[in-house]
Structures are given as structure tokens and as C-alpha cells.
Write a protein that binds this ligand. Sequence first.
Ligand code: MRU
Length: 363
Amino acid sequence: MPVTNLATVCPFALDQGGAALLVLDQRLLPREEHWLALDNVEAVANAIETLAVRGAPAIGCVAALGLAVAARGFASDPSRWRVEFAAAHRRLAGTRPTAVNLFVALDQLADAVSACEARADASTLQAAVLDAATRHAREDLAACHAIGRFGAELLPDRGAILTHCNAGALATAGYGTALGVIRSAIASGKQLRVIADETRPVLQGARLTAWELQRDGIDVTVIADNMAGALMARGEIAAAIVGADRIARNGDVANKIGTYTVAVLCKHHGIPFYVAAPWTTIDRNIASGAQIPIEERDADEIRLHGGQPMTPVGVAVRNPAFDITPAALVTAIITDLGVLAPSQIADFAQPPSLRSSHSAPPR
Ligand code: MRU
């Protein structure tokens, strides 16, 4: 049985004194482990937009902690401070449209500001947002461990588990959602191996999932995205598990482009297809996947490989970063509150700690 290191990496940390947010630059992995020091809103927004930090829960945590750190530099006049906070909230909310955790995290900070007295001074406001941001990150890590506990028993006792993109420690406050379930199952004694789709075009599977699992001593094999079907046909995949950027009320799931293909292949081969995500990823304001905004990223992610052109000059390319997997293809959704059939999402009571609407402008 592989040795698992339960002290998984966390891709961000406040530096001593809280003057900067340190972020592991995932663009450089696995070649280099370089930490960026972010201390202003533009630097935080840029790190999210360029995928230095990515994965829906980690995006939410970094936006919140980054805004809290940047707020140290806002005006000392409280009404000016509130204006700068609202502008920062808007800028960060515009970075990545699909990951709903981003809006949940920013809204929690806006709520913390609203809860302060009208006469509160800038240092009180700043302390309130820092407190909300650290709580958000702490709760994300706790959610990952709960998802792991709930999901571990669904996985088979042995065999290969397919995953797509990176829904691991690097995509969360540590431990991971989909990879957290695998970690937890292995820790409970199951003999599992991971097959990681490389995940074109940004290669989160080949670069990031492989890096963090290898680091933890978990058996991982990378395949090109177009190989999954052949492995399933040969009986080499026991189950598939992925994360999510947003889940609609009807159980439709937005996740990294290519997830839908994996789900269709699983259905054809009779293989369970699991989605693991914190409750904060469920957007109860959205009735179905058709309403989930899908980010379209820069064409150069498709056109270039290692800086070299791969396509003829001037040829058209498409680059949607996410796709929608219909609820009918999802075997179960593993959340921190329990395992649900996709059809149960709509009926499941909304935890009181969560807001009923996302990305409301800060008051
Ligand atoms: O573009 P990315 O790398 O941010 O996409 C990430 C994913 O699609 C993940 O599967 C999802 O955010 C869940 S991470 C726990």
C-alpha cells in the first residue's frame, strides 16, 4: 500500500505579519516551486486570471485573503475605505466567471463589512475582512476533509480511479475534493491507483495532479485525454471522480472542459462517475447547467505549445475552459454535508450559513 502524506500542500499562505499573501505559482509546476508575494488587488486578480492559482475553492480563498491583505493599504478614512473595498470586490469578481466559490468568498467579505457599525474605523473594517477571509479558508479545508470521509466508502477496495483536471490540494485550501476522496480512501486501507487525464490545453492533470500525488506517495499514471475510453473498454478503470466549478439546482455540473466526455464514456461502460465538491459550489440560484457562465479563455492556450505555434497562422480556434455534465450522467455528488443523488440537490435544505444570492454588490 502506498504511503500517504496527509499533510498535503496548501497553495497559499499569509506571510508573517500578514503584509502579503504567498501563492504557489502553479504555472511553473512541476518544473519549479516558486511562491509569489501578493499585496495589492491588481496582483491578486492577475494571479487568478493567469492561473497562477486555480481551482474553484482555491480561487475563492485567494481572492478573499488577497483582498483582506490589500485592504491594509486602503484609505484610512472609513468612507473612502468602503469605496476602495467595493472597487476591489468588483475587480476580483470579474476575474473568472464560472467558479462560484469566488463569488461566495467575496460576498462573505462584503457581509463582514456590512455587519460593521456605520462609524467603524478603517482598522476595524480591515480586521473584519481578514477574519472573514481566514474563516473562509479554514472552512474550505474542513469541507475537503468531510468530503473525503463521505466519499471514501463509495470507491472500490482496489483498482484504478480516473480523474480529470486537478481537484486536489492545489485547487483548495489543502487535501482536495476529488483527490481528497482518493486520499481518504487510501488512508482507510483501499488499494487504489490514480489515472490522471493530462487535461488539455493547460495540462492541470499532467502537471498538477501528477505533482501533488507523486509528492504524497500515491500511485499515479498520466494519460492523454483521448486514451480514457480505450482504458475503460479494457476494464482498466474502476471509477471516475472529478471536482466542480459550479453545480446547478438540477444537479448539472460545470467542470474543466473534457469532463463531459469522461462522463459519457463512463455511462457507456457502466463505470460510476462521481463529482466531489463543497456545498459552496452549489449555486441554488441557477436552475440548470444551461445558465452557468462558461469562461472562454485566450486562444493562445490552444495555438501555442511551449511558446511554439501548433496551428497554422490565422486559423480559428475555440477555447471554452469548462463544460456541463448533465445530472443524468452523474452517479453521485459528494459534498461536505453528505452524498447526494443529483436529483436531491434541489430538495436539500440550504445551510443557514450560506447566502441565497451570489455576487451581490457590496453595500
Ligand atoms: O481552470 P481551472 O484549473 O481553475 O479549472 C479547475 C477545475 O475545473 C476543477 O476541477 C474545479 O475547479 C474543482 S477544484 C476542487
